[in-house]
Design a protein around this ligand. Structure first.
Ligand SMILES: NC(=O)c1ccc[n+]([C@@H]2O[C@H](COP(=O)([O-])OP(=O)(O)OC[C@H]3O[C@@H](n4cnc5c(N)ncnc54)[C@H](OP(=O)(O)O)[C@@H]3O)[C@@H](O)[C@H]2O)c1
Length: 275
């Protein structure tokens, strides 16, 4: 049962995948949810859920960030958790990425998190409580060939969140990150942008090997709902835990990496990537 004392979460990128599943789970658990997205037409069904407010927010647009946070505080009076989920992947050789592609990747996956977090912090500070949850990736802990720019953004999110957790703790605010492995969402489709037009360049051989390794049959993708469960636990478990691996593949790969020497790890990644 939701009422005006129920906790409040603001979620970015709620239109699909992990953000949508997280919206549905928090709402089902009785939270009041500001489900934010770039295109409101993708949230018509979410707007029908009790205590879900669908609001416009493009994480690369400072004025829309400010307006969405102000509207959430106006509607609900507080923000107990922020889920910085919006993001997408850039795939392909670093050298062939355009300046615009590089800027947009960082503007969305990194600067976007900075902007929404800074907009929410004053309210959390005055409450003396709150949890910032950043959706990073296993790609923020283990780098893969041809994901240099995406990896750079997610390693940034991991370092940022861990550092932030120390300075926010004395204010009663927690900072946490989620590191999902592969998740069955639109991520590998419409949320994956390529830095190359074809394979007719110096990286062609690497590209075709990695692409064919990636298109091999994988059966261990997590559902967005199971990642939402991890996000919900991170908001409610009351612990100071900062890193939350999400998905069996993430658990296994991270444990394996930690058990290997650097040379063994590099060889493992090369082999799994078809190189
Ligand atoms: N799927 C995976 O395997 C996987 C693994 C690890 C981490 N992740 C991370 O999980 C997060 C969610 O991805 P997903 O898998 O759920 O993919 P998804 O279904 O494609 O969702 C991506 C979401 O980000 C939103 N978005 C992109 N740019 C935005 C912007 N400038 N402002 C606001 N929203 C923006 C998209 O909105 P639109 O609908 O407007 O495009 C969409 O709602 C991402 O940060 C991703 O890096 C995914």
């Amino acid at each position: 049962m939701t009422d005006h004392t129920s906790p409040v979460v603001l979620i970015t990128g709620a239109s699909s995948g992990i953000g949508r599943a997280t919206t549905e789970l928090f709402a089902a658990q009785g939270w009041r949810v500001a489900a934010t997205m770039r295109n409101l037409s993708q949230g018509a069904d979410l707007a029908g859920l009790p205590n879900v407010e669908v609001l416009p927010l493009d994480v690369t647009d400072a004025s829309s960030v400010r307006a969405a946070v102000a509207e959430t505080l106006d509607q609900f009076g507080r923000i107990d958790a922020l889920v910085n989920n919006a993001g997408y992947g850039l795939f392909g050789p670093f050298e062939t990425a355009s300046d615009e592609q590089i800027s947009r990747q960082f503007a969305t996956n990194v600067d976007g998190i900075f902007a929404v977090t800074r907009a929410v912090l004053p309210a959390m500070r005055s409450q003396g409580s709150g949890t910032i949850i950043n959706v990073a990736s296993l790609g923020g802990l283990i780098a893969l060939p041809l994901f240099s720019l995406y990896n750079a953004t997610k390693f940034a999110v991991v370092g940022f969140t861990e550092a932030l957790s120390y300075e926010l703790a004395p204010l009663g605010i927690k900072a946490k990150y989620i590191a999902p492995g592969g998740v069955a969402t639109d991520f590998a489709g419409r949320s994956m942008v390529q830095t190359f037009d074809g394979v007719e360049n110096a990286y062609g051989d690497t590209l075709s090997k990695v692409v064919s390794a990636m298109t091999g049959v994988r059966t261990d993708y997590s559902s967005p709902e199971s990642i939402a469960e991890v996000i919900f636990s991170s908001a409610t478990d009351g612990t100071g835990q900062v890193m939350y691996l999400a998905g069996q593949d993430a658990d296994q790969a991270y444990a394996l990496q930690r058990s290997l020497s650097e040379a063994e790890k590099l060889e493992m990644v090369r082999q799994r990537s078809g190189l």
